[in-house]
Design a protein around this ligand. Structure first.
Ligand code: HEC
Ligand code: HEC
Ligand code: HEC
Ligand code: HEC
Ligand code: HEC
Length: 435
């Protein structure tokens, strides 16, 4: 089955003459005006991409920061092959009207200089291919995509001096609202929240305690603000705390560098815990009631978050008898890498205009279901495991929480089988025995 064949309809009619907004954490929007059904939505170029400085130039002095950013999903946000394929689908389904909406966050410099869309062609400069980069983030002065080429680099220090550029203290850069500019994605026309990482955080106990995105995603390794003294630039002063630029999340595929894959795995393995409530004694011939609790102990938002209609986190439950024979399984992968459809899968499911589930966020009209683990919260799953008469005891029960960035069959449909194998990460597991 082609996972993407569902509901290809003329989305473009909704976009006729519409104003596409890049949604952001706050209520501000940057309006990208689309013309008609037949014209590709366009943005009036604000500047030339060449007026920005290439990350490698910044890296001449900010060597560590550059090395951390390089290979991150921010640096790859526009060249990411999975992104480009999804963009192609979205563009096809909407007659091109959605193009600059997508590229706005994936290559802000390319979009606002008018080089993209289209996402391929000789008009795209090298700097526009570098995704979410230094001279975009550090010239932002407002969450509604207010940025422009500038000698002044916005940052967290009030006493910073550089011979190459001017500096300015920006409180915004120390707050989640800065990230929320892109990490809350609403549907461009019906405003349905598609990704809500910022909002999830805002409503969490982390926000109440003042723990920002930066405190977890710009600190070395999993956890909250770990001591990281050092210098921010060659010749810069020694400072008590430097913020790292790995921006590691959960992408452990080859779309990210080896180092970023490793950091993502560590994040995933620190994010959750699983508890198996030992079942009450049972006699074979009946059902064993099993409770599995999944706790979100490390993520400052839902688990999973972001593109949750595509991301997969699920429970793999195995019960084996003393000879090692599997007597129950929920959550196995079949030969095509598809998760057992009866498994507990943590994700969001959107409905298209015909009420059918869709993996295409641009066709989403409403939310069908949302089963995920809230920040600092937990969910409990109940299993009823049939134990055939004659089952020998004791039984070993193992529960493993797994993560994959996208369904493998979706990736195969989009990119061709064998192009991108997404790893399945074992986040955490628990084992118990039933005597
Ligand atoms: C010639 C060396 C050099 C180059 C090239 C350079 N910087 Fe800097 N930058 C510095 C130094 C030195 C500091 C001061 C560090 C400190 O105060 O700890 C600094 C500070 C900063 C700060 C902190 C500002 C603040 O007030 O918090 C930011 C942000 C920054 N640079 C971004 C960039 C970006 C983006 C580029 C590329 C467009 C770049 N730098 C290129 C040397 C350089
Ligand atoms: C996604 C946006 C983003 C990108 C891309 C980015 N930065 Fe930053 N940078 C930040 C934020 C946010 C902070 C401040 C974090 C804080 O203090 O809470 C920061 C802090 C800094 C600082 C101050 C020292 C520190 O690390 O605390 C320097 C210097 C800097 N960045 C340079 C760079 C350079 C050079 C690049 C490219 C190689 C880069 N940044 C890419 C968002 C970004
Ligand atoms: C308390 C620490 C913490 C805070 C605060 C936090 N995160 Fe995360 N984040 C994590 C951990 C751990 C993971 C890996 C597990 C997961 O995927 O959720 C993660 C994953 C992610 C992912 C990847 C999700 C995926 O499956 O693709 C994104 C994107 C992300 N965070 C963005 C943010 C943004 C934006 C904020 C602020 C609004 C934020 N995070 C706040 C800890 C944190
Ligand atoms: C210009 C928009 C933009 C801004 C601002 C931005 N991000 Fe991102 N971020 C993205 C995009 C787009 C991606 C996904 C790129 C991809 O996977 O192709 C991403 C990916 C990530 C990931 C990796 C997700 C994964 O799957 O592993 C993390 C973590 C993250 N961002 C955190 C942050 C934090 C923290 C901030 C604020 C300091 C921030 N971002 C600011 C656009 C942005
Ligand atoms: C408001 C900003 C924004 C807009 C607009 C946007 N994205 Fe993204 N996109 C993000 C962020 C942030 C992430 C990272 C979330 C995560 O890791 O789960 C992301 C992640 C993705 C990914 C996952 C990439 C990977 O390697 O796992 C794909 C694919 C993607 N976006 C496609 C699109 C398409 C297609 C559109 C237009 C229909 C679009 N995006 C519009 C911000 C945006």
């Amino acid at each position: 089955m082609n996972r993407f064949a569902v509901g290809a309809f003329a989305f473009s009619m909704f976009l006729m003459g519409a104003a596409i907004s890049l949604s952001c954490g706050g209520s501000d929007t940057a309006t990208v005006t689309t013309e008609t059904k037949t014209t590709v939505s366009s943005i009036t170029p604000r500047f030339k991409s060449t007026e920005f400085t290439d990350p490698a130039t910044c890296g001449g002095c900010h060597q560590e920061i550059f090395a951390q950013w390089q290979g991150s999903m921010h640096s790859n946000a526009f060249t990411d092959q999975l992104y480009l394929k999804m963009h192609e689908e979205a563009s096809h389904d909407t007659g091109g009207t959605i193009d600059s909406y997508c590229t706005g966050c994936h290559t802000p410099i390319g979009t606002f200089s008018g080089e993209v869309p289209p996402t391929s062609g000789p008009q795209i400069s090298e700097i526009s291919k570098k995704g979410v980069q230094c001279d975009f983030c550090h010239t932002v002065t407002n969450t509604n995509f207010t940025f422009s080429p500038s000698k002044v680099k916005q940052g967290p220090f009030s006493d910073s001096v550089s011979s190459f550029h001017e500096t300015a203290y920006s409180e915004l850069h120390t707050k989640s609202e800065f990230c929320g500019m892109c990490h809350d994605v609403n549907h461009p026309t019906n405003n349905l929240p598609l990704e809500a990482t910022y909002t999830e955080w805002k409503n969490s106990s982390y926000a109440a305690q003042g723990i920002q995105c930066q405190d977890c995603h710009m600190t070395p390794g999993p956890g909250v603000t770990k001591p990281n003294p050092g210098t921010a630039a060659l010749g810069g002063p020694e400072r008590p705390q430097i913020f790292t630029h790995f921006f590691a999340g959960a992408n452990a595929s080859t779309l990210a560098s080896d180092q970023h894959q490793k950091l993502s795995r560590e994040n995933l393995q620190a994010a959750a815990s699983v508890e198996l409530v030992p079942p009450a004694p049972v006699t074979p011939g009946g059902n064993m009631d099993l409770k599995v609790q999944v706790n979100n102990k490390g993520a400052g938002h839902y688990l999973p978050t972001g593109l949750t209609e595509v991301r997969e986190m699920w429970l793999d439950i195995v019960v084996i008898d003393p000879s090692g024979k599997e007597i129950y399984r929920s959550g196995a992968l079949d030969e095509n890498g598809v998760i057992d459809q009866k498994a507990v899968i943590y994700r969001t499911v959107f409905k298209d205009k015909d009420g059918q589930p869709t993996l295409k966020p641009w066709l989403a009209e409403s939310l069908l279901s949302d089963h995920r683990v809230p920040p600092a919260g937990s969910v409990t799953e109940n299993y009823s495991v049939p134990l055939p008469a004659g089952t020998s005891m004791p039984l070993t029960i193992k529960a493993t929480l797994r993560y994959r960035s996208a369904p493998q069959d979706l990736v195969d449909d989009l990119m061709g089988k064998g192009t991108l194998e997404l790893p399945v990460i074992d986040m955490v597991s628990a084992t118990t025995q039933l005597l």
